[in-house]
Write a protein that binds this ligand. Structure first.
Ligand SMILES: Cc1cc2nc3c(=O)[nH]c(=O)nc-3n(C[C@H](O)[C@H](O)[C@H](O)COP(=O)(O)OP(=O)(O)OC[C@H]3O[C@@H](n4cnc5c(N)ncnc54)[C@H](O)[C@@H]3O)c2cc1C
Length: 305
């Protein structure tokens, strides 16, 4: 069976997608595509789908029903450059394999993240982890940028002084800050990349890591466009209601007052806003699957293993 080649992904290979002021995402390589997901799924379902419409229906079916193992057959390798504080959040995603630049071996470059003025915001009052919508005056924004840059210059000058004294690189880096840029190779399968993207494309994720997630989403979409569409349809665009929220929804539909208040009501209203703003894709064709395999996969009811 020949290697799967996807034109849109080939066009992205080795291209640096700029992120933040000095970072990037570069798709180094990929293995498999929508076609590989379908091939792998056929092992479960027997000779099944053949046409594009049927393949699309099958991929939607798999992702909608959390039959994720065929999606794990697609692999993407990225080279990315990001501030250390972004890497700290990123590294929490444990299902990837990575190799990072070594500050013991290499002299760290004089490259630090300085936020663009529009991203400099005061502390949010209702979200302890986030920024508010308010902006500083242009003068204040410039002053804040000056403070960031001044400190970065100072800390790097001291790093160089320590290197000049021949202090070991592994120790000289001791005071280097979270804003310093680092680089790594990061390899992940498509299912776990979708998990990463679901968490890091979310509006609750910090803007800086979200910017990287957007660039990686662009790569995932190029590599496996149908799977990405299904991810957007069934995962990214879906809304989960808790039991209390489901009850509130039923009350709302029946014209009864909603029994939620305070923060619970705000969260519920945010979810309703997402529901109202969603734009579903064209409905996919339901796949005609072969006999369920030994895992017992069947059309309905959905089953996970
Ligand atoms: C908006 C936001 C805010 C966050 N805030 C904080 C914070 O304040 N403090 C903080 O520490 N973290 C924080 N995190 C990180 C978060 O708790 C997760 O660690 C991170 O999102 C990775 O998710 P994950 O574990 O599901 O992903 P992965 O590591 O990719 O794992 C995927 C799934 O595999 C399973 N898994 C993988 N490895 C193991 C293992 N060793 N043991 C058991 N199960 C495993 C789990 O089911 C997991 O869901 C935040 C994340 C987000 C998106």
């Amino acid at each position: 069976m020949p290697r799967i080649v996807v034109e849109a992904a080939e066009a992205l290979l080795d291209q640096e997608i700029p992120v933040l002021d000095k970072g990037f995402v570069r798709l180094v390589d990929y293995m498999g595509s929508d076609e590989r997901i379908v091939q792998a799924a056929r092992v479960s379902y027997g000779a099944g789908t053949k046409t594009f419409r049927q393949d699309r229906g099958l991929i939607h079916y798999l992702i909608r029903n959390w039959h994720t193992s065929p999606v794990e057959q697609v692999i993407l390798t990225f080279h990315t450059k990001m501030p250390v504080f972004v890497a700290r959040q990123w590294v929490r995603h444990r299902t990837a394999r990575l190799n990072e630049i070594s500050g013991r071996y290499s002299v760290m470059k004089d490259e630090f993240y300085v936020p663009a003025p529009e991203h400099i915001r005061p502390q949010s009052t209702d979200n302890k982890q986030g920024r508010s919508e308010d902006r500083y005056s242009p003068e204040e924004e410039q002053e804040i940028i000056r403070i960031f840059e001044e400190e970065q210059r100072q800390v790097y000058a001291n790093y160089q002084r320590l290197l000049d004294k021949n202090v070991a690189r592994e120790l000289a880096r001791n005071n280097l800050p979270l804003s310093m840029y680092t680089e790594w190779y990061w390899q992940i399968d498509l299912h776990n990349l979708f998990h990463f993207l679901r968490l890091r494309l979310d509006s609750h994720a910090q803007y800086e890591i979200r910017a990287y997630a957007e660039a990686m989403a662009q790569c995932a979409k190029a590599v496996a466009p149908i799977a990405y569409e299904a991810f957007e349809e069934h995962i990214l665009g879906s809304v989960t209601f808790s039991r209390a929220e489901s009850e509130a929804l039923a009350d709302m539909l029946a014209g009864r007052p909603v029994g939620l208040e305070g923060r619970a009501l705000t969260i519920f209203e945010e979810k309703l806003k997402k529901v109202r703003g969603s734009e579903p894709c064209d409905p996919p064709e339901e796949p005609q699957l072969g006999a369920p395999n030994t895992e017992g996969w069947a059309l309905e009811p959905q089953k996970t293993s």
